[in-house]
Design a protein around this ligand. Structure first.
Ligand code: ZN
Ligand code: ZN
Length: 800
């Protein structure tokens, strides 16, 4: 009986469809297998979703099978289908997140030259393309487009194919990653025989191989001080052989983590750990929100949970928000579970990622610590997923699609595998806390900050004291600098005492809004309650949700002063100002521009911890879980910047990042204080910060979101329309908006916009946003075809 299989194909164009293929009788195809399938004139990669589907009359046959079994696990196939529906992304693209890194093969189109020369007159473009291909013999379309700077080069080449001057060939790009092969020396005959046949010089080699088995050639030669040519007689005599052996690239090879034993847990930690362990043992899964103040020892709870999972024979995935967090965290995990831990993040080489993927697939590593994409690793018998700092925006994927949120993916993955999900945060996302308050999640609390007591245990410590400084006052009293007198004094005292200072600058939303420097008023859209975005070129204020716009008023609408200014300060400016006020004091600057590679973070941090600088100036990266015991003063240079990012989550985000930054201060015995500079001292998020009162922020935000139907009271989808031609872009956005508005009629859904994106022009394209808000906004998008002119972002995070 002929079998048919459903295959998700790596098409050159976006499609929602999967395709039916015939399974050749001698091929053992199972769901999750990677295959090559004919597709039109091409052969493409595909993933088998299901075997035994109803026959399809014109189905073609699967051409070949890759490897000897499924590459993608059964629960991952289900996860991919969910991803595709939830994030409106073609199925193969969702599966690609789960394939070994670098194994995807792009379909390429080549053109080859035929015959000698043009038979009839060619247009100048045709001639250009013809000459380009003829000079090279063959040319790939995308390369040709770039080289000739001719976006239509593909179509022009196709016209030459019709004239019989060129021919078209299809190939797949080579996989970008493969196993790392190292030549090894191996004995081919029994040791005693080999010893007889080897001379005196090589006897040592035979002994070594007999004792230790195959060895890397380089290692064997250097151990015995041999040259490669010395081995030739034995190789030619068939005594030994050289063979290529795959050697895994281990990203943790360099990290030496001394083994550690678990400490005694505090009563709160123990309670939390026991609740999680109980859920693990039940095998029924469940989601926990671990709400613990900064420095409350959440990691020990995670470690206890992992220990229990491993004891039950289950694996664990630990997600962390940023690569900067990994080195310190990894040491801790690797020390607790020697030989079982690996890491996965974009800072690794492709080869390392490839090998980590395989190590997890083979079950050689049962604990993975990684950034968001680690959620897609093929962990069999998964038991536990931990998401540290679950509120972080870094958990949202932006490019390429699927534009998923790792929290939602983790939730679905745990549901599919009956695993336990632990979300940890000092400042949970409003949606997560809502989940915990309504009983969807189990809430666990760690209410106390802990300090090491020097004997391996911990003592309860107080949270840092937060002061808010009113910058309007500073201005009135003649201080036009970026530092208040209060902050300058505090810095001077700390530096005098040989302590360290952190200066934090939020980069989110910098220079995108205007604020009154006399009263702190920020003009905001009355309909959406988000700050207007300042468009410098037009000199206008525009709402990036609904496109309401207005001219910048000549005077502040709140106080009447002529003091509305765009807001923005860079880290470099802060660094310079420190140099002017405190000559001779060494400053380090830590932001994404300065540090690209993940080990660079570690070096910079170590330099600061060693005291090579007294002041550290940084952006969001400072908020990560660092331990800096000599820091006693933390200055927030201008809190307002984050507060008015064009995003309904801006207050929540600003509070989260400030609470994290504040948590950096006073981790040592000397305690610490936090000085927050602002033009808006009464802002609810800042008031919540002063009192370390997350609940206050939660209540405030929930009230606002309920009125405006923002999450968790509704969902948001953002469509970005983009086109190289400004008029086309606007027209396309307008027609798509009215089409969606039609579909939304009679449903509890608003379609807002189109509104210009910020910046309007990016990478040569003009961009417009359409925002769909309400109950199940995906429902108006069901028959929206995939297109190169728009992208869909379900539950977008960050500014417009
Ligand atoms: Zn004002
Ligand atoms: Zn608006």
């Amino acid at each position: 009986m002929t079998l048919y299989a459903e295959v998700a194909v790596h098409c050159p164009f976006p499609t929602w469809q999967t395709f039916t293929y015939r399974v050749p009788p001698d091929m053992e195809v199972r769901p999750g297998c990677l295959v090559y399938v004919p597709f039109g004139p091409r052969v493409l990669q595909g993933v088998v979703m299901e075997v035994g589907v109803p026959p399809y009359p014109d189905a073609k046959e699967i051409q070949s099978l890759v490897g000897d079994g499924p590459l993608i696990l059964a629960h991952q196939l289900a996860l991919a289908r969910w991803l595709s529906r939830r994030y409106l992304t073609p199925l193969f693209q969702c599966l690609a997140t789960m394939m070994p890194p670098g194994s995807q093969q792009r379909p390429l189109t080549y053109f080859v030259a035929l015959g000698d020369g043009p038979a009839d007159a060619l247009s100048s473009r045709q001639r250009q393309v013809w000459e380009y291909v003829r000079a090279r013999g063959r040319a790939e379309t995308e390369e040709m487009k770039k080289a000739l700077r001719m976006p239509q080069a593909g179509a022009v080449a196709a016209s030459l194919v019709r004239k019989g001057l060129l021919a078209c060939r299809y190939e797949l790009a080579r996989p970008r990653a493969r196993p790392h092969l190292v030549p090894h020396v191996r004995l081919l005959v029994p040791a005693h025989e080999a010893r007889q046949r080897a001379g005196l010089r090589l006897a040592g080699l035979i002994d070594l191989l007999a004792e230790r088995g195959p060895l890397p050639l380089v290692e064997a030669c250097s151990l015995l001080k041999l040259k490669r040519r010395h081995l030739r007689p034995l190789l030619e005599g068939g005594v030994i052989a050289l063979e290529e052996v795959p050697v895994p690239r281990d990203p943790l090879a360099e990290i030496k983590a001394p083994p550690t034993a678990p400490p005694t847990l505090t009563s709160h930690q123990a309670e939390a750990a026991q609740a999680i362990a109980k859920a693990l043992r039940s095998g029924r899964g469940g989601t926990f929100l671990l709400h613990g103040v900064t420095g409350s020892g959440k990691t020990e709870v995670y470690l206890a949970a992992i220990e229990e999972a491993l004891r039950l024979g289950k694996g664990a995935i630990v997600l962390v928000p940023e690569i900067s967090l990994t080195p310190q965290t990894v040491m801790r995990f690797a020390g607790r579970f020697p030989g079982q831990v690996t890491v996965f993040h974009s800072g690794l080489s492709l080869g390392e990622q490839f090998d980590v993927w395989h190590a997890v697939r083979k079950g050689e590593r049962r604990v993975v610590i990684g950034t968001r994409s680690a959620i897609f690793l093929p962990m069999e018998a998964l038991g536990l997923v931990v998401m540290d700092e679950e509120h972080e925006w870094a958990y949202k994927q932006q490019e390429p699609p699927p534009r998923y949120h790792a929290r939602l993916v983790a939730q679905e993955l745990c549901r599919l595998t009956s695993s336990v999900l632990v979300l940890g945060s000092a400042t949970p996302a409003i949606e997560s806390y809502h989940g915990a308050r309504t009983g969807v999640y189990h809430l666990l609390r760690l209410p106390h900050r802990l300090h090491p007591d020097g004997r391996g245990g911990a003592v309860v410590a107080s949270l840092p004291q937060v002061e808010v400084v009113d910058m309007r006052r500073e201005l009135q009293e003649g201080n036009r600098g970026i530092f208040s007198r209060r902050l300058k004094e505090a810095m001077a005292e700390a530096l005098e005492a040989g302590e360290q200072v952190i200066l934090f600058l939020n980069r989110r939303g910098a220079a995108s809004f205007v604020e009154c420097f006399a009263c702190g008023h920020v003009p905001a859209c009355p309909g959406c309650q988000v700050a207007y975005v300042f468009h410098r070129v037009e000199g206008r204020l525009i709402c990036h949700h609904c496109n309401r716009s207005r001219r910048i008023p000549p005077r502040c609408l709140a106080c009447g002063e002529n003091a509305l200014r765009p807001v923005g300060i860079g880290t470099q400016r802060v660094e310079e100002e420190v140099g002017q006020i405190f000559p001779g004091v060494r400053t380090l600057r830590w932001d994404r521009d300065v540090t690209r590679h993940w080990t660079a973070h570690q070096r910079l941090l170590e330099a600061f911890i060693k005291g090579e600088a007294q002041v550290l100036v940084g952006t969001q990266m400072l908020a990560k879980g660092l331990d800096l015991p000599r820091v006693t003063v933390t200055g927030v240079v201008l809190a307002d910047i984050g507060l008015y990012a064009p995003d309904f989550r801006s207050s929540e985000r600003a509070f989260q990042v400030l609470e994290q930054v504040a948590g950096r201060a006073g981790r040592g015995p000397r305690g610490g204080r936090v000085i927050v500079q602002t033009y808006r001292p009464t802002h609810p998020a800042l008031q919540a910060l002063v009192h370390h009162d997350y609940e206050a922020l939660y209540r405030q935000e929930m009230a606002l979101r309920q009125t405006l139907r923002y999450p968790p009271f509704g969902e948001l989808v953002r469509i970005t329309v983009s086109h190289p031609n400004p008029r086309e872009a606007a027209a396309l956005a307008t027609s798509l908006t009215s089409r969606l508005r039609q579909k939304a009629l009679g449903r509890p859904i608003d379609v807002l916009g189109p509104a210009p994106a910020y910046p309007l022009r990016l990478r040569g394209r003009y961009r417009w946003h359409i925002t769909i808000k309400g109950e199940d906004p995906n429902s108006v998008l069901t028959d929206l075809p995939p297109s190169r002119w728009w992208t869909v972002d379900v539950d977008p995070v960050g500014g417009a």
